[in-house]
Each structure stands twice: as C-alpha cells, then as structure tokens.
Unconditional design. Structure first.
Length: 627
C-alpha cells in the first residue's frame, strides 16, 4: 500500500507543479453558491451597466443549479432547498432579461417560493437587497441607529465590539437604511405577489433584550448630542470615511463581495452618482473576481490565492518537493505580508503589522489562519534567507499578540466577541457580528507554535490555548469548528494541536477523540460530514465519503497513535482509490461562512489535504520499516 500511496503522491505533486501560476501562486476556485452571482446581476441592472455577456454567463450558471422542484440548494443533501436562494435566483434571472416569468422553470421557482412562505421568509441579507431595489420595505429587525457609529470605544456597546466582517457589512447597511435608500430598476418584476401571509413577529426574550440593549445605545447617542437628531450628519460622514479608508487597491471594500455590494448602494444613498469613479472602480474590482466553473461564470466572494499558495507550498514541502516551485511560491507569499494597520489594531494597539490575508487583493485585513499557513510555508527559508527570517519574525510576533483573553485564537481580531450576540434576534447571528475563539483556529495555532516556532509546551501562550481546547471538547470527544464542516474539521485541528504540545495517545482527550473518529468512519474507509452539522449543532453524517474530510480524519488519527492503525489503513486505501475520481462529493462544500446560509467549496482542498495525509502516512510507514 505504501507504493500505491507514493504513486498518488507523485500524481498530485506533478499536477500542482503544472498548475502553478508564473508569479508563484495557485488560483484555485473559491466557490460560494449562487448568491454572489444573483447579487451581481442585481448590481449591474441597478447601475444600468451594459454587460450582456456577463449577465448571460451568470444567469446560465444560476439556471443550471435549479432543482426539479423549482428550488435551489445550498448543498447536495439539503432536502427542501433554500427559500432565500430561490428568491435571489428568481429575481436575478428575470432581471437578466434572458428568462421570462412564463418560462416553466420560472413558474416552478415562483411556486416553490410561495409554498415556503414567500419573500417574508427570506433571510436578512436577501431582504436588504430587496429593500435596496424597491421590492420590499426596509427591515426594522436590527433597530440600530446610524448614530451608533459615533459611540466611543469605551462605551458599553460600540461598533468596534463587532467582528470586522460584521462591521464592514453593517456600516454600509446602516448608512443606506438611515436614508431609506431605494432604487427602482427599470423593467424589474414585481415581487410583492410573493409576499406570503402577513405574520406578526412573536415577542421573544431575545428580541426584547435586543431592543433594550439598543435603547441604551439610543440614550447614549442622545446624551452625547444633547438631544435626538443632531448627529445624523456626523454619523453619515463617519460611515462614509470608514468605507473609503478601507478600500483595497482594486476598489473593493476589504476585498469582500458583500461589503462592496452594500457599499456601492450606501455611497449612492450619500449622493454619489452611479458613474462616480469610486463606484466604477469597485464594480470592476468585483468583476475581476469572476471565475470559470463547469456550470458557467461564478462571482467569487473573494479570491483565495494566498490561502491556496500557503497551504500548497507547505504540503508540497511535506511531500519532499523543493527547488524553484517552492521558491516561487514563498517569494509570492512574502510579497503579500501585510505592512499596514487594519481594524485589528483597535483591540491590539501595541502590535505591529505582520500577518497575512486570505486573498491576493487583501492588504489590511490579516487573519490567524493565513498567517500560520504562510509562516509554515516559509519556515525552512527563514533559517537561510534574511528576507524570509524578517517576514517570519514579524508574522510570529503579530500572531502571538492576537491571542484572546480566554486563551484561544479567533479569525481576524482580538477579543471581538460581544456577550450581547446571544440577544440578537437573528438566527446564527454569531456568524455575522462575533469573532470568537474556535477549535480550528486555536488548535492549528498551537500546532504551529509547538512544531514550527519551537515554543516549549509549557510556554504561557501555549498553555492558555491548551486550556481553551480542553474546555471546549464535546462530551462525545469531538470539537466543533468555525470555518470547516464541521466536527471532523474541528477535531482534526484540536488533536493535531494537542499532539504537537505533547499530549500522548494515552491521554483522555486524545483517546476520546480517537474513539469518536473511528466510530464515524464509513464502510468504504473514508469519512464524510454533512453541512447540516453547523445548522443542527451536532454531527450529521453525509452518507458518503469525501477526500478532504477523509484526509483530515487520517491526519488526526496518525496523531492519536504511534502505530498505523486499521482505521488509518482503510482511510489511506480510500484516498488511493478515489484521488483521481470526480463526482458530486468533489464539489460538496467543506467550508462554512455562515451556518444555514453561506457555504464554501475550496477547489484546492482535494489536493492539499490528501497530499498531507499521504505524506504523513508514508513517513510513518518508513519509520516503522527502519525501527
């Protein structure tokens, strides 16, 4: 079996060598469903842009994703589709001009939407998009005045309590909402017939607490102003400044599709003409993120060059690859290290820049995952090359400075997890406004610090991280995660972190994790977890295996035992026999952005993680032969 594993490893390495770009990066697809495709069509029509080819390609992909019952699914095993996605798709297809309301698939879509309660059942972002284009009233659910942006950082509730992702989306929303801004798109359909039955919202503990909380916000604002209504102009100006000062070189806001889409409407609500240079550049920045998929053109939420390149450079090095392919990749990574301050400095004022972001566009919003991944990739060069060593030192110092007070690591910011997130009357609100410590970020950071930065496991930062990990192990032995699907991902990250910190296979946390992983191995030798896990908050099997999740489980199990166990052997056999196959599991989301609404397919993952799992298996097999 070792020989077969070596052959598949060679297949993967040769494929990756051939697909590296001249600048050293890899540009594999970052796919997030059809939401961004739909919103791009809405934006093009709202701005009255002439983009027939783009509209046609986007609408073709949307139409091809429709199910027989008229719905659109967020993931393969979602039984009843998603009403918000169906509304967005229906609206976008009609706006594109390539589909008529009388077409059978549009009739089916409308029937499905109405059967699920109509546009009143849409999610918050869908309702905001409909409000911006005169298809619905502005939702009053948030009840947050734009003046809240003026509250000082030492006020009990302020805009910098939120995660950077929440802030970058919420500020444009509040700006447009404050002006009750709406655009009527010429020739647009009337969606009011799909409103569904009016339902009075039920009084809930969460909603009453939320209103009470922002009653305090309103009181604080009025106290500062000396009365209501005096600070609206200042608040809108500060919101405008916030957005403009966070534009990336390509014109997008923080390099994210949703923030940029919302910013364009927010700026128009402030009086910007639709042909203003800032808006024109932002639109072009979004268009530049389009990528070709088997179904048609897809508007990526952002690009994934840095993430892909850091993971692949490291995985290839683990597979024994060296030379120009690694040098080019790491030269690219060094060029993408951040040198300017971002919002992260608000909660971490003593730290200097040094992290890495996710995309090739991003220059001011670094994250923990990309930083540890990039540092892993340049580790060997850091010992030999001054530039790499300097980049390494800056990155390591930034990473250490970003540890949360609870001992864990979050994604983008330090201590940006407001306690009132649990009062927000929006399902899964923590995915929007909070940046909490998580098992995947904390586990991988511990693994990096102990294995690559050579910190002693007794180091105080490592010990705090370990305590966080141990505290958050589930009763069944698994760990949940933030950015992956879901319990397999979290368990893999936590176990590799604990093992790097010296936890042996006999330790109770490792034993329980090993038992959990082995219990959930499929009969074909692989592992597979459903996206439903992040909705249900417990493990839900996919019913079939996937390459990426199998590789995560194998890596974790290799950390749980010094021997190659039967479970690992069966997992490796699954990888060997499936690496070159393509089916629906190849495109199944392995990442989550927002539970129940936003899922991510990383094209690179089926290369990165099998490559690592095979490399670790071969290394372990060689050690056994030489023992």
């Amino acid at each position: 079996m070792k020989r077969e594993a070596e052959l598949e490893l060679l297949y993967l390495t040769e494929k990756l060598k051939n697909e590296q770009l001249p600048n050293g990066s890899w540009s594999y697809l970052f796919e997030t469903g059809i939401k961004t495709d739909c919103f791009m069509i809405v934006l093009i029509k709202a701005l009255r842009l002439y983009k027939p080819d783009l509209l046609n390609s986007l609408s073709e992909r949307i139409a091809r994703k429709q199910e027989r019952d008229g719905s659109w699914r967020l993931f393969h095993d979602q039984e009843e589709g998603d009403v918000s996605t169906a509304i967005e798709a229906y609206y976008a297809l009609l706006l594109s001009g390539y589909y008529e309301e009388t077409a059978p698939q549009m009739i089916a879509a409308k029937r499905y939407i109405i059967s699920k309660g109509g546009i009143r059942k849409a999610g918050l972002f869908t309702k905001i998009m409909l409000a911006l284009t005169s298809q619905a009233e502005w939702p009053s659910l948030l009840s947050v005045p734009i003046e809240a942006i003026l509250l000082p950082k030492n006020f009990p509730v302020n805009i910098y309590d939120l995660s950077v992702y929440g802030r970058a989306n919420l500020i444009p929303i509040l700006t447009a909402a404050a002006n009750k801004f709406k655009i009527k798109i010429e020739g647009s359909p009337d969606l009011t017939a799909m409103e569904g039955n009016r339902e009075e919202p039920l009084e809930t503990y969460r909603s009453s607490e939320w209103r009470g909380l922002f009653g305090m916000v309103g009181s604080g604002v009025q106290l500062m102003a000396g009365g209501p209504g005096r600070l609206r102009k200042d608040a809108l100006k500060k919101a405008e400044t916030y957005m403009l000062h966070r534009l990336e070189p390509d014109g997008t806001l923080y390099s994210y599709f949703s923030c940029t889409f919302l910013m364009i409407f927010a700026l128009m609500s402030l009086g910007y003409d639709r042909e203003h240079p800032v808006i024109t550049k932002a639109v072009q920045g979004l268009i530049n993120m389009a990528a070709v998929t088997p179904e048609g053109l897809h508007m990526q939420y952002t690009t994934a060059h840095v993430w892909n390149t850091s993971l692949l450079s490291y995985a290839l090095q683990e597979a024994g690859v060296s030379g120009s392919i690694i040098q080019k990749a790491n030269r690219y990574l060094r060029s993408k290290q951040h040198i300017q301050y971002g919002d992260w400095v608000i909660h971490n004022p003593k730290a200097a820049p040094g992290g890495w972001g996710f995309s090739d566009i991003n220059t001011m919003n670094p994250d923990i995952d990309d930083t540890t991944a990039s540092l892993r990739a340049i580790k060997i060069e850091a010992a030999e090359n001054f530039q790499s060593r300097e980049a390494w030192n800056k990155g390591l110092q930034w990473l250490l400075s970003m540890q949360n007070g609870d001992g864990g690591w979050a994604s983008f910011e330090r201590n940006a997890a407001p306690p009132y997130v649990h009062f927000v009357p929006i399902e899964k609100a923590e995915f929007i406004i909070s940046d909490e410590s998580s098992a995947d970020l904390t586990g991988r950071t511990i693994e990096f610090l102990c294995t690559f930065a050579n910190l002693n496991p007794e180091n105080s930062a490592v010990q705090k991280g370990i305590r966080w990990i141990l505290k958050h192990q589930e009763t069944d032995g698994s760990w949940n995660s933030r950015w992956g699907i879901c319990y397999i991902y979290g368990t893999w990250a936590a176990v590799t972190g604990l093992a790097a910190a010296g936890y042996s296979e006999d330790s109770p946390p490792i034993q329980r994790a090993k038992q959990w992983l082995e219990q959930h191995q499929n009969s074909d030798g692989g592992w597979g977890e459903s996206c439903k896990s992040d909705i249900m908050n417990h493990y839900v099997p996919l019913g079939t295996s996937t390459l990426t999740q199998t590789a995560w489980a194998i890596e974790a199990l290799l950390c749980c035992s010094k021997e190659i166990t039967p479970s690992v052997e069966r997992g490796i056999r699954y990888l060997i026999s499936h690496i070159r196959k393509k089916d629906w599991t190849s495109y199944y989301p392995k990442g989550q952005g927002f539970a129940g609404q936003f899922y991510i397919h990383y094209e690179s993952y089926d290369f990165v993680y099998p490559l690592l799992a095979l490399s670790r298996f071969i290394k372990r097999a060689n050690e056994g032969e030489s023992a």
